[in-house]
Design a protein around this ligand. Sequence first.
Ligand SMILES: [Zn+2]
Length: 95
Amino acid sequence: MYALSQSPEPQPMIPVLDAYRAPDGATLLVWCPHCRRYHQHRAPVSSAPRIAHCPTDGPSPYVRTGYKLRDAGPAPADVIARAAQQRPQPEGRQY
Ligand SMILES: [Zn+2]
């Protein structure tokens, strides 16, 4: 937990992204508007910020801030299909 009263620094704005629950129950599919792809995170959704899966040499600001996840419910069929069509992430970072 943050010690708000003792921190003179403002908290950085941490974005919140929708996380769809994949049918396997262990994977969350998170659309990244900067990478224009789904990042996969381990379920369940929690309040803790996640480390962004964006390439560190790319334009995504999430590399610096990370992001929080919001449960968006079971993944719709089109989300599952689009995520399955993606090639593995170049740097191979998962979770
Ligand atoms: Zn990304």
